[in-house]
Design a protein around this ligand. Structure first.
Ligand code: DC
Length: 219
C-alpha cells in the first residue's frame, strides 16, 4: 500500500482554510479532518460539565475521554466555545492527548481514502511535518472578522463586527504566542492570501499547487 497523500492547511481563524480544505478533500476524494473541532470538542465537554477550561488537569482529562461521537450534534462553532478552545489548546497535556488521533487519521484515512486533508494551526509543523503539500492560509483581520460575523450573526443578532474582530485578534495572539506547537507557517509551506480571492479563486490557486506537486512526484 502506498503512503497516503497528506495535505496540511494551517492559518488563523476564519482565513478560509476550512472551506478550502473541504473543497480539496471532495475534489481529490480524500478524507477531511477539521482539527479545530477536536479542541472545540474538548472545550465543549468542559463547559458542559461546568469546568474551567484553564484548569490543566481537568482539560487534559477531558481531552483523554474525548471522541468525535461524544460531541456529535453539539453546536461547537459558537463564540464562547471558540474562546475556550483557544485556552484549552495552549495546554501541552491536551495537545499530547489529541496528537495520536490526528496522526492516525493522516496515516490511515477513514474508509480507505487515498489521502487526508487536515486543517489547523500546527499540522505542517508538528502533526504532519512530512505532509505532501502544505499551505499557510491568511487573510486580513478585517476580512476574517467580516466572514466570521456573517456566519455568527443569525444566531447572535446582538453581536457586532468589532466584537468579532476583537475575539479573533485575541485568539490569534494566544494561538501564535503559546510555547507548545504555536500557530506557525512551515518553512516548506505555500502562503495563500485569500483577502481578495473568492472561494473559487482560492480553490483554483490551491489546486494548481497540489497538481504541480503531484506531477513532480510522478516524474
Ligand atoms: O480553527 P478553529 O477556530 O476551529 O480552532 C479553535 C481553536 O483551536 C483555535 O483557537 C486554536 C486551536 N487549534 C489549535 O491550537 N491547533 C489546531 N491544529 C487547531 C485548532
Amino acid at each position: 500500500m502506498p503512503d497516503p497523500i497528506v495535505i496540511a492547511l494551517d492559518g488563523p481563524a476564519a482565513s478560509g482554510k476550512g472551506t478550502l480544505a473541504q473543497k480539496i478533500a471532495a475534489h481529490y476524494g480524500f478524507a477531511y479532518l477539521d482539527t479545530g473541532s477536536l479542541y472545540r470538542g474538548v472545550a465543549h465537554l468542559l463547559l458542559q460539565a461546568g469546568e474551567d477550561p484553564r484548569d490543566e488537569r481537568l482539560a487534559e482529562a477531558a481531552a483523554r475521554r474525548f471522541s468525535l461521537e461524544a460531541v456529535e450534534g453539539a453546536d461547537i462553532r459558537t463564540r464562547e466555545i471558540g474562546a475556550a478552545a483557544s485556552l484549552v489548546a495552549a495546554q501541552p497535556g491536551v495537545r499530547k492527548a489529541l496528537l495520536d488521533f490526528q496522526r492516525e487519521f493522516a496515516r490511515r484515512p477513514p474508509k480507505g481514502a487515498p489521502g487526508a486533508v487536515l486543517d489547523g494551526r500546527d499540522i505542517g509543523t508538528v502533526v504532519c511535518p512530512d505532509a505532501t503539500v502544505k499551505f499557510f492560509v491568511v487573510a486580513s483581520p478585517q476580512i476574517r472578522a467580516r466572514r466570521r460575523f456573517l456566519e455568527l450573526k443569525a444566531a447572535r443578532p446582538d453581536l457586532t463586527q468589532a466584537e468579532v474582530l476583537a475575539d479573533l485578534e485575541e485568539r490569534d495572539a494566544r494561538d501564535a504566542a503559546r510555547a507548545n506547537a504555536p500557530m506557525a507557517m512551515a518553512a516548506d509551506a505555500e502562503l495563500l492570501d485569500t483577502t481578495h480571492l473568492t472561494i473559487e479563486a482560492a480553490f483554483a490557486a490551491a489546486r494548481r499547487v497540489i497538481d504541480g506537486v503531484f506531477r513532480r512526484c510522478e516524474d
